[in-house]
Write a protein that binds this ligand. Structure first.
Ligand code: HEM
Ligand code: FES
Length: 776
């Protein structure tokens, strides 16, 4: 929280332009923020950690930008490209000097709107017309070319023992691929290198006045070069590249794909497709080679590569921030944003936000929501070339890990970064190895092997880590505790109280809360034997034994413990004790004020009852119905409304519904619950009827049949909607509703949010009537 001492008057405050002393709400940290500082350039996510924790939306007067740092807020800004226009995405951070302007004028430089900074409706109209070349069929055809280029480069240095990977392959291949994609002849590459770096400094950097003129000169030459190539291409009406397609579209629809747009796009796409991918590949290799165990796992199992790429893009993306402009007075996370405000939305910070990514700072290639990073942006402007970039990065890693698994980062190197607001990656990456150990010398068949992967983001459903059952023991009648460990003895990723894992046994997946200690290197879960369930718990009780290797997804946390309350009330029903006991341990360790109510049928069936009483003494209250003691929920809740205590509860649906009923008068968010057992019965029900959906951004009309979910139908139409639980529990499949009434079947939205309208979970909720209009 800010103190009065932090408040000061600052010239240029957009909120209180004429306010008196003490009125400006810019905190000292917000004022000190400098995206060109060495600290920020070295690690933008770490440099903004304070903001994610204390002030997720702040104004920096020096820059004249509002900075947004949390995942949900950054995504919300990307998503709403009408309130938050992309028009300033390519605006110069430092306005050009007069001399630089003169230089640009001499070259008749006139970079116009390209796709990325175009407002609606023009943007979607063009995007649709130009999308074809980015579709999966077209991409698969490029795979061979990318692999050949990569092999050629690796052949050239594989016997040398030391190389700068940027110079030797990461710079040139993405450029060649971008030029090939456009249909441009390959000559003039050397000049292009200088051009595209100059473009980055010109747009996103902070050049000195002397640099400005030099940069302007290079940008001007880049502009002229792009024009000349375009003229050459106009003379080849049957060319096959994307630019030829755009030229034909220009002839067919001159109002949609205009002539000036072609020239701008020519230059923009080279920048979009080249440096982004070069830097992303450099970051990825640096990150993987710095985490030897991960690298070795990839070398052994190339199937891990697609998700490793997503995880690298999340943790060390090549685009760290993007820009938007508020078109009207609005709000982000409760902070008033005035019309015309400029926003710096820091995807690098969002990508580390623990609110969305458990253990956000950890490299975890088994993370099943890694592909939800915001490095490619999000929504209707989301990177059109994302699958190209993925394809290139996967092939680079696949070829290098197969042919040079023994390479290491050279120790005698300093990593340098080009100071700018948007792009990030080291300028060099030197690796070393002993060529005598190259596996292809002993086994030339290695050269012929390769693995190809399906185009697009890896599906979360296919990503799981293997764990070994270390121990199974009886926790109570009908409840077993299972301890799981990494098969190689490595520590499993840390977790926070309330987190769960999805256990994949046979063909089922079930959620189990983690109930050991978060700092333990292994995981402990407790499994209740359920006669009525889908068979998962029976399998675990009857067939699983110590030593077995099984797969799991996670950990993830949809039931986070909120610390900021004067007192905490934890309520568990039956096996719902598992997340609750972890929360109790945590609150005790933090010296917080708390009480745990644990309800169950009989003492013998209540897992951890003894441990709870031992560790938590009179803070643990047992309500055993067989012994005639029932929890008086009304009285428990009444106490909370007087002292502002926060309630976390987990247990069967009827307990939580009863609790919900008692909490209607408590302020929003004071009650947080998790149902310990669900099936997908909420998603599809027997009386369901079909309904139509109109997708505003994609200009599509679809029908969701009775036996289908909205998520299934939208995905089948090629639209990326993330999902996780697919049971209405996590909120990751939320879509915006523009019109129509929703039959909400999730457990994410509060009753107030449902009443407000405008949001729904695509995995389970449906239309009340026959039609919905969605912002997709
Ligand atoms: C847009 C990142 C590679 C073509 C974007 C945006 C970002 C981005 C952040 C803006 C998204 C938004 O406003 O929501 C990246 C990264 C890449 C990459 C990190 C590599 C790792 C590529 C490649 C191509 C490409 C290889 C083309 C071959 C485009 C285009 C747009 C775009 C055409 C504009 C889309 C629109 O506004 O509708 N990219 N990009 N990108 N990118 Fe990429
Ligand atoms: Fe979890 Fe829909 S995917 S709520």
């Amino acid at each position: 929280p800010r103190t009065d001492n932090d408040l000061q008057v600052l010239p240029g405050c957009p909120v209180h332009p004429r306010a008196g002393a003490g009125a400006c709400p810019v905190s000292a940290q917000a004022q000190a923020f400098d995206p060109f500082s060495a600290e920020y350039l070295a690690n933008p996510a770490e440099a903004l950690k304070w903001s994610r924790d204390q002030e997720p939306v702040f104004y920096n007067p020096e820059l004249g930008y509002w900075v947004v740092s949390r995942y949900e807020d950054v995504k919300a800004v990307f998503r709403d490209n009408v309130t938050f226009s992309p028009s300033i995405a390519l605006e110069r951070v430092v306005p050009p000097s007069e001399e630089a302007m003169e230089t640009l004028k001499r070259y008749k430089y006139q970079l116009n709107r390209t796709l990325v900074n175009e407002d609606e409706p023009a943007h979607m109209e063009r995007r649709r017309v130009l999308m074809e070349h980015f579709l999966p069929g077209n991409l698969a055809a490029k795979e061979e070319m990318i692999r050949e280029l990569t092999r050629e480069k690796v052949d050239a240095f594989v016997d040398s023992g030391r190389v700068d990977l940027v110079e030797a392959m990461f710079w040139e291949i993405p450029l060649t691929v971008a030029l090939h994609f456009l249909g441009v002849p390959k000559e003039d590459m050397g000049a292009l290198k200088e051009f595209s770096v100059a473009h980055t400094v010109n747009t996103w950097g902070k050049p000195s006045p002397e640099q400005q003129v030099k940069v302007a000169d290079a940008v001007g030459r880049f502009w002229q070069y792009a024009g000349q190539v375009l003229d050459k291409m106009r003379k080849q009406p049957d060319g096959t590249g994307w630019m030829h397609h755009a030229i034909r579209m220009n002839a067919e629809m001159p109002d949609v794909v205009t002539g000036s747009y072609l020239h701008s796009m020519m230059m923009a796409i080279i920048v979009a497709g080249h440096e982004t991918t070069t830097l992303a590949s450099t970051n990825a290799l640096k990150l993987l080679l710095s985490n030897r165990v991960v690298w070795e796992r990839i070398c052994k199992d190339p199937e891990l590569i697609p998700n490793a790429v997503e995880e690298c893009l999340r943790l060390e993306g090549s685009v760290v921030a993007w820009r938007r402009r508020a078109t009207c007075d609005t709000e982000i996370a409760g902070v008033a944003i005035p019309a015309e405000a400029k926003l710096l939305i820091v995807s690098a910070s969002a990508n580390h936000d623990y609110r969305h990514f458990e253990n956000g700072d950890l490299l975890d290639i088994y993370r099943d929501n890694a592909a939800e990073h915001l490095t490619f942006g999000y929504g209707s402007h989301q990177c059109m070339g994302k699958n190209f970039a993925r394809l290139e990065m996967r092939i680079f890693i696949e070829e290098l890990s197969r042919r040079l698994p023994h390479m290491r980062l050279a120790e005698d190197q300093d990593f340098t970064y080009l100071p700018n607001l948007a792009f990030r990656g080291p300028e060099k990456l030197i690796v070393e190895w002993d060529p005598a150990d190259n596996p292809e010398r002993a086994d030339p068949s290695i050269l012929k092997r390769s693995v190809s992967f399906p185009v697009g983001a890896p599906s979360g459903k296919e990503i799981a880590r293997s764990v070994r059952v270390a121990e199974i023991s009886e926790a109570a009648s009908g409840v077993k505790t299972i301890r799981l460990e990494d098969p190689d003895g490595l520590p499993l990723p840390a977790w926070t109280p309330g987190a769960h894992v999805d256990l994949l046994v046979g063909d089922f997946s079930r959620k189990y809360s983690l109930c050991g200690h978060p700092s333990d290197p292994d995981y402990t879960i407790a499994v209740l034997r359920e006669q009525e369930g889908r068979g998962g718990s029976r399998f675990i009780h009857e067939q699983l034994s110590a030593g077995a290797v099984i797969r799991l997804r996670g950990p993830k946390n949809y039931f986070r413990l909120e610390h900021d309350a004067p007192r905490h009330v934890l309520i568990a029903g039956g096996i719902g004790i598992t997340p609750i006991i972890a929360m109790a341990d945590h609150l005790k360790a933090l010296n917080c004020e708390y009480v745990v109510h644990y309800c169950g049928r009989s003492r013998a069936a209540m897992a951890f009852a003894e441990r709870l009483q031992q560790d938590h003494g009179d803070r643990a209250v047992l309500h055993v119905s067989e012994e005639g003691s029932r929890a008086d929920l009304a009285a428990i809740v009444a106490g909370c409304s007087t002292d502002g205590a926060r309630i976390h509860a987990c247990g069967p649906a009827r307990l939580l519904e009863a609790l919900d009923g008692h909490c209607v008068d408590l302020p929003e968010g004071m009650l947080r619950t998790e149902v310990f057992s669900t099936d997908r019965s909420g998603a599809l029900q027997s009386g369901d009827t079909a309904f139509d959906v109109e997708l505003e951004d994609s200009d599509l009309n679809l029908t969701v049949a009775a036996g289908q979910t909205l998520l299934d139908v939208v995905r089948a139409a090629g639209i990326d909607v993330p999902s996780d639980c697919e049971e209405g529990l996590c909120g990751s499949c939320e879509v915006r509703v523009l019109d129509g009434e929703v039959d909400h079947r999730d457990r994410v939205l509060t009753s107030a949010e449902r009443a407000e309208g405008g949001r729904m979970m695509a995995c389970c909720s449906r239309a009340v009537g026959s039609r919905l209009r969605l912002a997709l």
